[in-house]
Ligand binder design. Structure first.
Ligand code: MF3
Ligand code: CO
Length: 264
């Protein structure tokens, strides 16, 4: 069953790491640019400048007709938000998702930033979602089943009572943005493949303060929670390794509980 999933050799992983590094640099610079008073269109414009500076391709722009440079999803928006007239306010949480293409190799990564004075509940959501990502990555090792990755995320999030989005999942990545396998953030009812060294996964938990149910807005892209509860999203591109996932989109952690002034 894992036969259909491509594994990458060290030389290919080196190229993927280049794409991952560029993806992470763009994501982190955009995250640092987010502040109260700017519009999501201004964030998108800033990202366009960064892609131009990096002289790389954009994995999202034009993908399935996607009109933005990156996805900017505010508060109850879960994923695929498009830059526009919306103004960022103090207390918002903003999910950013960006991918670069370097010499035909793809990187994909996401994070959620807290803008100014964010509620304790929302800070907890960010910390739990980021930690869930790292729990999943730790299980991305050869000999494990992909279900160990999915289950680690589900098992970590469940006790907090948060919603685990089901309609959007992680994925393989490499020469395309989306490759096999699908990587759910929960143990699915179907069988999942065993993991082999060199498989490349984009692991991306999307977690809400309420329901797991989402709906898509009239723009045909923006997914929002069905109950209006806020959502967070953290993603890394990782290579399945001998002892755990090797992160190809490395960045500093931003939602550590101590930095957010909470305990989990
Ligand atoms: N990380 C998201 C995903 O893998 C981003 C895709 S946005 C799109 O689905 F615009 F490219 F669709
Ligand atoms: Co992705």
């Amino acid at each position: 069953m894992s036969e259909r999933i491509i594994t990458r050799n060290p030389n290919e992983i080196c190229k993927l790491r280049k794409a991952g590094e560029v993806s992470a640099r763009i994501l982190c610079e955009v995250a640092a640019y987010v502040r109260p008073g700017i519009t999501t269109k201004e964030i998108d414009d800033y990202a366009r400048e960064l892609f131009a500076r990096e002289k790389c391709g954009n994995a999202f722009f034009g993908y399935g007709g996607y009109p933005g440079q990156l996805c900017i999803s505010v508060n109850e928006e879960v994923v695929h938000g498009i830059g526009g007239p919306k103004v960022i306010c103090d207390g918002d949480i903003v999910s950013l998702d960006a991918g670069a293409i370097v010499n035909g190799w793809y990187g994909d990564n996401a994070l959620t930033v807290a803008v100014g004075h964010v509620s304790e509940e929302a800070r907890r959501l960010l910390a739990v979602t980021e930690e869930a990502l790292y729990r999943g990555i730790a299980q991305a090792k050869q000999g494990n089943n992909l279900a160990d990755v999915c289950g680690a995320i589900e098992d970590f999030v469940k006790p907090f009572g948060f919603g685990i989005v089901r309609d959007y999942v992680g994925h393989g990545v490499g020469r395309h943005l989306h490759e096999d396998p699908a990587v759910p953030n929960f143990r699915p009812h179907y069988r999942l493949p065993h993991l082999k060294r060199g498989m490349i996964l984009a692991i991306e938990p999307m977690i809400t303060l309420g329901t797991w149910r989402v709906k898509v807005l009239d723009d045909q892209w923006t997914a929002v929670t069905a109950d209006g509860s806020w959502a967070a999203h953290f993603e890394h591109t990782v290579a399945v390794g001998a002892h755990g996932g090797e992160i190809l989109t490395e960045r500093p952690r931003i939602a550590l509980p101590e930095q957010l002034g909470i305990t989990l």
